[in-house]
Design a protein. Sequence first.
Length: 135
Amino acid sequence: MKASHGLDGILGEIADVAGIAAALALAEQYGGTQVHFPRVAGADHWLVRCVGEEAAKAICAYMTVTDADGHRKGQRGVLIPRGPMGLMRQAKRRLVKELQAGTSAREAARRAGLGERTAWYTKAKLKDGRQDDLF
């Protein structure tokens, strides 16, 4: 079930237990990769550095499983989705590709799933040679 934060899957679950900021930080920094959630994250653990101590504690508690022998373990190989920012980057790349191919701003925006104003802004940046600022 989708909560009010609008995130699905593991990102939605993380948002439910640790907040949307933690879920989005994980997606931004680790999206598209597999991670290991320990039973407990130490102060210098990547998860604590990414989301903060309290959020990391909540995530670890949620992700801990108990095996058949009664031992509590963290989870390995959890794929973190790219999240909404990954989709936006993908759409912007498509927009740039369409504009560079000579597609009109209106049509490029439609094909990329972005607004026409974004397409005009991007087209102006490309014309000015400021493409590096797009990503």
